[in-house]
Design a protein around this ligand. Structure first.
Ligand SMILES: Nc1ncnc2c1ncn2[C@@H]1O[C@H](COP(=O)(O)OP(=O)(O)OP(=O)(O)O)[C@@H](O)[C@H]1O
Length: 258
């Protein structure tokens, strides 16, 4: 059996008296789409922040390909090949799409400041190689038309794809998508589903997704982890999780969501 790509091991985090995540464990396997669902305040985004090392666990740990990453600085975690998008789009508004994507290169920069200042051959080669990769991502996500547009003027749905492109420009092996469909209309959500499927099938990237839209979750997920009040309710296929009594109960008052 291969090693899981990511392991959450007895993960807990407490803010004052609040146990936002309480003893949560799960494994994510290479090349799967793994979704986290649960009502508001269930702890989904907190788990993302623990995986990307923005938060430190109170106890437990996160392992990436067997290595403990939960005590590393976030930029080191990113260098391991973990990229993410945010619930509220985090782009440079007054820069072009291309400029936003080129920002990701700093994560993989292996040249020193002196080389950078002198713009030596190795810096130039690294820069050209990164630009080539960014152009590939632009083509992959069909963003050619917006390449030189200012982000500030773009429709919300396009910005969501640009944020996805920025994460992909970091050449991740694991991609964390925080509510990829939030703010999107039905058609845009459907397109987002196609991108996620292509990212998994064509690029071979493993995806962990926090998502409220159960249509999208069911369509793209291999497995789903349902949380409530920081604890695991159940883990299984989308169909298993949606019919689980604990999940239905947790969503009561919002049964339509399930
Ligand atoms: N930095 C923080 N300081 C204090 N409390 C926090 C912090 N981050 C999260 N929390 C609390 O932890 C709990 C879980 O929050 P979290 O954002 O992870 O939930 P969620 O499942 O992502 O919810 P939503 O679907 O509304 O985004 C909430 O009660 C939240 O208020």
């Amino acid at each position: 059996m291969t090693t899981p790509m990511l392991q959450a091991v007895n993960l807990s985090v407490q803010f004052g008296g609040l146990k936002a995540v309480n003893n949560v464990s799960f494994d994510v396997w290479p090349n799967e789409v793994f979704s986290l669902i649960g009502p508001n305040g269930a702890g989904k985004t907190t788990i993302f922040n623990l995986i990307s090392a923005l938060y430190r666990p109170t106890s437990g740990e996160v392992r990436f390909e067997g290595e403990v990453i939960s005590r590393m600085p976030p930029y080191v975690v990113a260098r391991h090949g973990i990229a993410r998008t945010f619930q509220n789009i985090e782009l440079f508004e007054h820069a072009t799409v291309l400029q936003n994507l080129l920002v990701g290169r700093h994560c993989h920069r292996h040249t020193g400041w002196l080389q950078d200042m002198l713009f030596t051959g190795s810096v130039r080669r690294a820069e050209l190689e990164f630009r080539r990769q960014v152009e590939e991502v632009i083509e992959f996500l069909d963003l050619q038309h917006y390449r030189d547009s200012m982000v500030a003027g773009l429709p919300y749905g396009v910005r969501k794809v640009v944020e996805l492109a920025r994460a992909l420009s970091m050449r991740p092996r694991l991609l964390l998508l925080d509510e990829p469909s939030s703010g999107l209309n039905t058609e845009e959500t459907e397109d987002m589903g196609f991108w996620i499927e292509d990212i998994k099938n064509d690029l071979g990237i493993t995806v962990i997704m926090v998502e409220h839209d159960m249509g999208l979750v069911s369509r793209v997920s291999d497995r789903v982890l349902a949380l409530n009040l920081g604890e695991v309710l159940t883990l299984g296929t989308p169909a298993e999780v949606q019919s689980h009594p604990g999940v239905i109960e947790a969503y009561l008052g919002g049964v339509d969501d399930v």
